[in-house]
Design a protein around this ligand. Structure first.
Ligand code: PLP
Length: 383
């Protein structure tokens, strides 16, 4: 037999995160490796999805989502980020932010197009680009504040550069791009005529009084930006697969057609649940999220410090990168395995977020119910 797997499969092989989750399960450990948020889903969201199912909203929806949800997303973006969008032509509901980015890449990139990505990166961004036959090009962010300069960007841009990905707040670094950085990126995108794909899935997870700025709201950015987000994290519904892209109608239509091709639509009754959540949950819900996650951030950072694993305190999102160079082991993979063996707490080796490098780092996810997180912290402190 001469049958063989296609070349693309190499890019979607078992990721470090999945591998650590499996190793963790095998030991019955506490999994701080995967970004799975196991918090409670707001009752309004659950109930509206159940009602929609009972009322018969169980067939395909319009390829870009039900009208209530597109309208609710438009209202929320306007209210929260000052980003105005026409719900009829400029919003595509997809299978999570992941689906929205994939369809965006299929619709707007050609094979060989280069896309600038900040490093440390979220691995799915890279795999998505490669699956679309685009070429990721890296700009490294420097710790402790994960900074970059205009020179770093100019050094990598070429005639083939087509787009830039901005993930703010970022996974895994927790970086929240400052106003000055966003304006630098906007000037750069305008001067090189680039698309900007954002990933704003952690837009409601910002600490120490920071506020979210949607890059599309900066001067010259509205027409070139595809704003991507979703409710997986905000409503703790990672398994529901509801996210969206907002952009100029010219791009939205093509993105929507790819959404139709790949997913047909996002799950119908779950779209209704999300729409209700966006409509009825007010400021106090979002404030409650920030308070709860600020507390969790403090718990994990304190324990990592006590364990001698210096944390890079995140400004947003719900991950913390920590310096694991002091642990026994030849590299980051061996060090996190040592940690798992000694404490039954799983983290992700830093290499998963770099195109070469990251060996001194591990990522810990703190989106866990308080008792589970407290137990993980107790174990880490005992190290
Ligand atoms: N984007 C980032 C940066 C993430 O960390 C994650 C999940 O970990 C996602 C997107 C996934 O979002 P969704 O569930 O909406 O596809």
């Amino acid at each position: 037999m001469t049958l063989a797997l296609g070349k693309r499969h190499e890019w979607v092989m078992q990721s470090e995160i999945r591998a650590m989750s499996i190793a963790c399960d095998r030991r019955g450990g506490i999994n701080l490796s995967q970004g799975v948020c196991d918090m409670e889903v707001p009752v309004e969201v659950r109930r509206a999805a159940q009602e929609a199912m009972e009322a018969g909203l169980n067939t395909y929806t319009r390829y870009d989502g039900i009208a209530e949800l597109r309208r609710a997303i438009a209202a929320k973006e306007e209210r929260f980020a000052g980003l105005a969008a026409d719900p009829e032509t400029e919003i595509v509901v997809s299978a999570g932010a992941t689906g929205a980015l994939f369809c965006t890449c299929l619709a707007l990139l050609d094979p060989g197009d280069e896309v600038i990505v900040f490093e440390p990166f979220y691995g799915y961004h890279i795999s998505t680009l490669v699956a679309a036959e685009a070429v990721p090009v890296y700009v490294r962010l420097e710790p402790p504040d994960w900074t970059f300069t205009a020179r770093d960007l100019e050094a990598v841009v070429t005639a083939r550069t087509k787009a830039l990905i901005i993930n703010t707040p970022a996974n895994p670094s927790g970086k929240v791009f400052s106003d000055a950085e966003l304006s630098l990126l906007a000037d750069f995108a305008v001067s090189h005529d680039l698309f900007v794909f954002t990933d704003e899935i952690y837009e409601h997870f910002l600490y120490d009084g920071r506020r979210h700025v949607a890059p599309a709201t900066l001067r010259g950015m509205r027409e070139r930006t595809v704003t991507i987000s979703g409710l997986s994290k905000t409503f703790s519904i990672t398994g529901w697969r509801v996210g969206y892209a907002i952009c100029d109608a010219a791009w939205a239509q093509a993105i929507g057609y790819f959404n139709d091709l790949v997913y047909v639509c996002a799950p119908a009754p779950l779209q209704a649940g999300v729409a209700r959540g966006l409509e009825v949950l007010g400021e106090e819900y979002y404030r409650g999220l920030v308070e709860a996650f600020t507390r969790k951030r403090e718990m994990i950072c304190r324990s990592l410090e006590k364990a001698g694993l210096r944390p890079f305190r995140p400004a947003g999102a719900y991950y913390v990168l920590a310096d694991i160079s002091g642990l026994p082991g030849g590299d980051d993979k061996e060090k996190v395995m040592y940690l798992l063996d000694r404490t039954s707490v799983a983290a992700v080796p830093g290499r998963a977020f770099f195109n070469g490098g990251g060996e001194d780092l591990a990522r810990f996810c703190f989106a866990k119910e308080d008792p589970v997180l407290a137990e993980a912290c107790r174990r880490l402190e005992a190290l």
